[in-house]
Design a protein. Sequence first.
Length: 66
Amino acid sequence: MGFICIYQDEKSFCASVPIQRVAELDYVPTPGRYVGLPDEEDAFDFAERFAALKAEVESQLKEEAK
């Protein structure tokens, strides 16, 4: 006995597209072109995140120099 699986596209995860759609996008296999992006937006403060990442990198560089 086997399982029957019914396929369904899931936005930002998987999509079944016809070869014509792939041709329209110049045969570029980047998944995002076909599956789309998630609906939720990442709300963040760019300046704040950048400053935190910069501080982290600077700290790591100082540690490496020691």
